[in-house]
Design a protein around this ligand. Structure first.
Ligand code: SF4
Length: 354
């Protein structure tokens, strides 16, 4: 409602048209918000862009200008470059639009799991390896990427993961998994180097990491994102991000495919080059990239306990409901597809060693 009388309004209009007062834009906040950073930030981004193009790493730049490495990653993103200085495309607005369009179809989501029984975690690793082991215990189960066989497996083949998201705003998304070679792709600092649960997975098909894997993944992701409304990829059933280039591959895939979502766990901690880069990608895609750091608590953390528990929470962490069901012998059939804690919130998650 106008609080001015018609006479007052007419007097103001007349003063404005005569140029005696300056008109205030109708929505000043929107105009001011704009896209222009403040001069200090603009200058920093200019330096970051120049140094990135010269080939300096985000850690080197952060050290040189005295800011956090995450700030540098965000600046690189803001100026439209990738870590190697290449141009990026825009993606997340389109992602949200696609998410909305997919909502109508999500009501049809069904549990397609082929098996519904999973091992009960007891809190102790069944097999351990020597501290100097560098590979899987099952080298015969590591395969070269082959266009004749998909690298990304339908989650319906994994009872604890499931093939479809059945709850929440991501309901209807198809779940796929990727399995790499444990230890060969993992940071040596991983607390489960010797007790990795891959030691008890003699049948898992692991893919050899390297450029051939990235090239085939690129094609498979594009094909799946074309075929389905939304794709949720679980990284990595075994293995980890073996290089910054591989993290960058996922960053680019998220930019290219607005209907791609990713969740999983990494042993790379924040404060390491790969760990910081993973955190930066998560910061850029908070609604699509949910990688947690192992052996830490706090937001986006996850840790293991070496005893079975019926507790729903340990400290500030949620005990994985799928494992809790197993320990309780519950018939609820909780699995990632009907749980979703991993992508619903940054709350830390506790797992029982198995
Ligand atoms: S917390 Fe939920 S989504 Fe995460 S691993 Fe456990 S069952 Fe899966």
């Amino acid at each position: 409602m106008d609080v001015l009388s018609p006479d007052e309004r007419a007097a103001i209009d007349e003063a404005v048209s005569a140029g005696r007062v300056e008109a205030v834009p109708e929505k000043p906040t929107k105009e001011r918000r704009g896209r222009e950073p403040c001069p200090k930030v603009a200058l920093r981004r200019k330096i970051v862009a120049q140094d990135t193009k010269r080939g300096k790493t985000p850690h080197q730049i952060a050290e040189a200008i005295g800011v956090k490495v995450q700030t540098v990653y965000n600046d690189i993103y803001a100026v439209g470059l990738s870590r190697g200085g290449r141009k990026q495309s825009k993606g997340d607005v389109a992602a949200l639009r696609k998410a909305g369009a997919a909502k109508a179809k999500s009501a049809r989501a069904q549990d397609r799991r082929r098996f519904k029984t999973v091992p009960v975690p007891m809190g102790d690793p069944s097999t351990t390896v020597a501290a100097d082991a560098r590979r899987t215990l099952f080298p015969g189960r590591v395969f070269e990427p082959d266009p004749g066989e998909p690298l990304l497996k339908d989650g319906c083949n994994a009872a604890k993961i499931g093939g479809d998201v059945l709850v929440g705003w991501l309901k209807g998304a198809r779940i796929y998994t990727l399995t790499l070679e444990e230890r060969a792709t993992c940071p040596r600092a991983c607390a489960h180097w010797q007790s990795c649960y891959g030691n008890s997975m003699p049948h898992a098909r692991r893919w050899r990491h390297g450029p051939a894997l990235i090239a085939q993944l690129d094609q498979e992701i594009a094909a799946l994102c074309n075929r389905h409304e939304r794709i949720l990829i679980r990284l990595h059933v075994l293995g980890d991000f073996w290089s910054v280039e591989y993290v960058e591959f996922w960053s680019r895939a998220l930019e290219r495919h607005p209907n791609l979502f990713v969740f999983g766990f990494t042993a790379h901690k924040q404060g390491t080059e790969i760990g910081d880069y993973i955190a930066a990608v998560r910061g850029r895609h908070p609604d699509r990239f949910w990688m947690r750091h192992s052996d830490v608590t706090g937001p986006w953390g996850t840790f293991t306990v070496d005893f079975p528990t019926a507790q729903k929470r340990i400290g500030d962490a949620v005990v994985c409901p799928e494992q809790r069901d197993g320990m309780e012998g519950s018939p609820r059939g909780t699995h990632c597809g009907n749980c979703g804690v991993c992508w619903a919130s940054p709350v830390p998650i506790a797992f029982v060693t198995h």
